[in-house]
Design a binder for this molecule. Sequence first.
Ligand SMILES: Nc1ncnc2c1ncn2[C@@H]1O[C@H](COP(=O)(O)OP(=O)(O)OP(=O)(O)O)[C@@H](O)[C@H]1O
Ligand SMILES: [Mg+2]
Length: 339
Amino acid sequence: MKRLKAPLCQAEQTVLQCSTRDKSLCVFFFFFFRDERNQSIIVSGESGAGKTVSAKYAMRYFATVSGTTSEANVEQKVLASNPIMEAIGNAKTTRNDNSSRFGKYIEIGFDTRFRIIGANMRTYLLEKSRVVFQADEERNYHIFYQLCASSHLPEYEKLKLSSAIDFLYTKQGRSPVIEGVDDTKELCSTRNAFTLLGINESYQMGLFQVLAAILHLGNVEIKDRDSDSSIIPPNNRHLSAFCELVGVTYQDMSQWLCHRKLKTATETYVKTLPRLMATNARDALAKHIYAKLFNWIVEHVNKALITNIKQHSFIGVLDIYGYVCLCGLSSQSDVTHFL
Ligand SMILES: Nc1ncnc2c1ncn2[C@@H]1O[C@H](COP(=O)(O)OP(=O)(O)OP(=O)(O)O)[C@@H](O)[C@H]1O
Ligand SMILES: [Mg+2]
């Protein structure tokens, strides 16, 4: 307890001095100090209620009131995870221009002197369907529009991108622009955050290549050969761009988008796919690639936030994804299903 005396006095002072707006976070932090127990905040509410804004506010508050450790920029790194996750996991919907389409639980670690030493994030239920389809007036994930808006810059030339209205996966909602948002500037912020978290220029370009490849894949038009089979005409420029960006051969891709392999105990068959099934397979591949890329980024953000210092306690912040208010859930199974 002796060890805690100074921070405890400091916390009491903070509670007394803080503004009305910060009062609840102050009190929360005071009990966290006093009880020396891990705590979590669950932010719930319908879409647009302000969950993400509140979660970020709480993270900024903890970063401000906790002291600094020898770990360089650790608080800044924890906060830098926000623009990255919003670029790849948030999108414009009819309810919210920056709607989170995944759930996020972040544990902020503290040392014995209640200074931030690192963090760890878990994500849930990424809305993969958005990668290939958006309802009217909605958008795909922000990162796609950031790349399209920056496509005229020489450094992105090799991505072979153009305006978001040129790609099926970014134009279906017929609302490629968010009022008051400059997607080119947003890409700079996303990149700065990547750099701060140690994801260097070459990795960033690798990520952008995969994202551009997804947009090109969506523009690969699959045609009927007959009622049971389909074909991608040779020299499709979008399939060529996809293959170049991800390093596969045109022949393999055009073959395996329009065929499937069936294995039995004794034999292997190759069957043709009708156009609709081949198109669904193309979309399934796009969603799968995006989900893998999303997980890769989460993993690398976590690697950048990991620490060797022994963790004394943590504060968890859960930014729930969805429309349901927790108080509206009637049973434990509802909660389990929702989370
Ligand atoms: N405390 C606040 N002060 C000012 N504006 C706010 C505040 N909280 C939310 N907003 C406004 O509401 C918008 C939606 O907030 P936010 O993105 O946090 O909602 P959400 O609950 O996370 O929604 P979703 O479930 O769709 O992700 C913000 O972009 C911002 O414009
Ligand atoms: Mg949100």
